[in-house]
Design a protein around this ligand. Structure first.
Ligand SMILES: Cc1cc2nc3c(=O)[nH]c(=O)nc-3n(C[C@H](O)[C@H](O)[C@H](O)COP(=O)(O)OP(=O)(O)OC[C@H]3O[C@@H](n4cnc5c(N)ncnc54)[C@H](O)[C@@H]3O)c2cc1C
Length: 457
C-alpha cells in the first residue's frame, strides 16, 4: 500500500469529517500578485554601500515576519521609507522555504504550519498569497503499554491513541473523560503542581505520560519534566474525541507557493523598502556604515543588543536538521505515512522526522514522482536561537533586559528574539500589526500588549 501523500476522504492534507469542516480556510483563498510568473524583486539585494540611501525614516533589523510586516505597513499606509538589514542571505527569517534540486519544497529552519484564531491576521496574510486549506495531523511512533511493540498513533493523544496503546475500546467522549479521570494523579492536599512532571500527571496520568511525554520532553529540553517549570507541561493537549488535528484554530492553511513568496509579495517590489542581505546590524554600526534614520525597529536577540554591558546571555534551545534525500523508498514514493512522525521513546536520539513531500503545496505533480526528502530533528543547546528556555532565572534575566529596552528612545524591540518569547507566525504578525497601530495612534513604535499576553509557552 502506498504510504502517502497523507490524506483522508476529504483530500490531501485534510482531516476526516467532521473535523475538516471546522477549518474556515477555503480552497484558493487569497491573492498572489506574482503568481506563476517570474519577478525581479527590485527591493532585495546583498548589502553594498552603493545600494542604500543616505537616510531612511526607519531602519529595521531582521527580515523575518516581524520586520517585514512593519516595513510593509509603514510603507503602504504612511509612505515611510525603510531599510531592512538582514544578516542572513535571504528574506523570511525562520519561515524561509525554497524548492530544492529535486523539485521538493522544503523549509530551511524546520517545518512551518500556519494556523490562527485571529481573523485580522487571516485577512492580512490573504493579501500576499493564495492558500490551501491544511489540517496538520501528526503521528507518533509509541511503544504499546500492552505488548511493548511500536505503534503509529495520533499525537496529541486522541481516543484512537488510547485504544491502540492500552487495548481499550472507548467509543464516546464520556467514556474518554472517565478514562482520563481514572488516570489522572493530583498533587497532595490540592497543591499546585510543583514542576512539569506533576503538571503532566495531572493532565494525562502516568501511563500516557511515560509513553508519550516523558522521554520526548527530555529529548527536547535535555531535562526531564520534573526539572522544568510546571507551565511547560500545563497545556499538554489531551483530546477526548477522535479529532486528530494538531491545532484547533479556525483557520489552518499552507501558502500555495510557499512562505518565502509571502515576503516577496509583501515588500519584494516596494520602492519605499530596501532589504539588504548579508548585513549584520552591529557590524554596520561598528563600521559607521548605517544611514541616518529617525526610528530603529530591532527584531534580533535582546541580549545581543546589550552585549557591551557584559550581562549574562539568555538561554535558548536550538535544533539540528539532518536531511536525507532518498531515491528508492519501500513504496517507491514516500518514506513514512505522515508529514510529521514524532519518536516519543528514549531509544532514538531524534525527536521527529519531517517528510516534506506529503504537504499539498508541493510543486505540481511532485507527489507522483519518486524520491523524497526527509529531515530528522535533533534538539540541541548549540546553534540558531529557536526556543526560549522557560525557567525563573531566564525570566528574571529577560526582565532586566526589558527594563533597559523600555528606557531606549526611538528604538522598538519587536518579535520573538527581542521579546524572548516563542511566537507562532500568526502571533508574530499580530504583534507587528499592533506595533504599527500604536505608531499611527501615538507616534510610538511599541507593542500594544506584553509578549506574555500571547498564548504559547
Ligand atoms: C523550528 C521552528 C518551527 C516553527 N514552526 C512554526 C509553525 O509550525 N507554525 C507557526 O505558526 N510558527 C512556527 N514557528 C515560529 C515562527 O518561525 C516565528 O513566529 C517567526 O519566525 C517569528 O518571526 P520574527 O520576525 O519575530 O523572527 P525571525 O523569523 O527569527 O526573524 C528575525 C530575523 O532577524 C535577523 N537578525 C537577527 N539579528 C540580526 C542582526 N544583528 N543583524 C541583522 N539581522 C539580524 C535574523 O537573521 C532573522 O532573519 C517555528 C519556529 C521555529 C524555530
Amino acid at each position: 500500500m502506498a504510504r502517502g501523500p497523507f490524506a483522508s476522504s476529504e483530500g490531501i492534507g485534510r482531516a476526516r469529517e467532521p473535523w475538516s469542516a471546522l477549518n474556515r480556510a477555503l480552497a484558493n483563498d487569497g491573492v498572489d500578485a506574482i503568481g506563476d510568473g517570474a519577478s525581479a524583486l527590485s527591493s532585495f539585494a546583498t548589502y553594498e554601500e552603493t545600494n542604500v540611501r543616505a537616510s531612511y525614516d526607519v531602519v529595521i533589523v531582521g527580515a523575518g515576519l516581524s520586520g517585514c510586516v512593519i516595513a510593509e505597513r509603514l510603507s503602504r499606509e504612511l509612505g515611510k521609507r525603510a531599510l531592512v538589514v538582514e544578516r542572513r542571505a535571504h528574506v523570511g527569517g525562520n519561515c524561509y522555504d525554497y524548492v530544492d534540486e529535486h523539485g521538493i519544497r522544503a523549509s530551511k529552519y524546520g517545518a512551518h504550519l500556519f494556523h490562527t484564531k485571529h481573523e485580522r491576521v487571516w485577512e492580512y496574510v490573504k493579501r500576499f498569497s493564495e492558500w490551501i486549506p491544511f489540517d496538520h495531523r501528526v503521528r507518533g511512533v509509541v511503544a504499546s503499554a500492552e505488548t511493548g511493540e511500536s505503534k503509529l498513533v495520533p499525537i496529541p493523544p486522541t481516543m484512537d491513541t488510547v485504544n491502540a496503546l492500552f487495548g481499550t475500546t472507548i467509543s464516546s467522549e464520556e467514556e474518554m473523560e472517565a478514562w482520563y479521570k481514572s488516570e489522572r494523579v493530583f498533587p497532595a492536599d490540592g497543591a499546585e503542581p510543583a514542576n512539569g512532571e506533576e503538571a503532566a500527571l495531572m493532565r494525562v496520568g502516568p501511563r500516557l505520560y511515560e509513553a508519550i511525554f516523558k522521554h520526548y520532553t527530555k529529548k527536547q529540553w535535555d531535562k526531564y519534566p520534573n526539572e522544568l517549570d510546571a507551565s511547560v507541561l500545563m497545556r499538554l493537549p489531551c483530546r477526548t474525541s477522535t479529532d486528530d488535528r494538531y491545532f484547533s484554530d479556525p483557520w489552518q492553511a499552507l501558502p500555495k507557493r510557499g512562505y518565502t513568496r509571502i515576503f516577496e509579495n509583501m515588500i519584494g517590489n516596494d520602492p519605499n523598502v530596501d532589504v539588504r542581505f548579508d548585513a549584520d546590524f552591529f557590524e554596520l554600526k561598528r563600521l559607521g556604515k548605517l544611514p541616518k534614520y529617525d526610528l530603529l525597529v530591532y527584531t534580533g536577540q535582546i541580549d545581543s543588543y546589550y552585549a557591551a554591558l557584559g550581562m549574562p546571555k539568555l538561554e535558548y534551545r536550538s535544533l539540528r536538521f539532518e536531511e536525507e534525500y532518498i531515491e528508492d523508498t519501500e513504496d517507491g514514493l514516500f518514506f513514512q505515512e505522515a508529514m510529521v512522525v514524532n519518536y516519543t521513546g528514549a531509544d532514538v536520539p531524534f525527536t521527529r522526522i519531517v517528510e516534506y513531500k506529503h504537504v499539498p503545496n508541493q510543486p505540481e505533480g511532485r507527489h507522483e514522482k519518486p524520491g523524497t526528502l526527509i529531515a530528522r530533528e535533533y534538539s540541541s543547546a548549540e546553534g540558531e536561537p529557536y526556543y526560549p528556555v522557560p525557567n525563573p532565572e531566564n525570566r528574571a534575566l529577560y526582565e532586566r533586559y526589558a527594563e533597559l529596552a523600555a528606557k531606549e528612545q526611538g528604538v522598538a524591540f519587536v518579535g520573538r528574539l527581542a521579546s524572548y518569547k516563542y511566537f507562532n507566525m500568526d502571533e508574530a504578525i499580530l504583534n507587528a500589526l499592533e506595533v504599527f497601530d500604536n505608531f499611527v495612534e501615538t507616534g510610538a513604535l511599541e507593542p500594544k500588549r506584553a509578549p506574555s499576553a500571547f498564548g504559547s509557552a
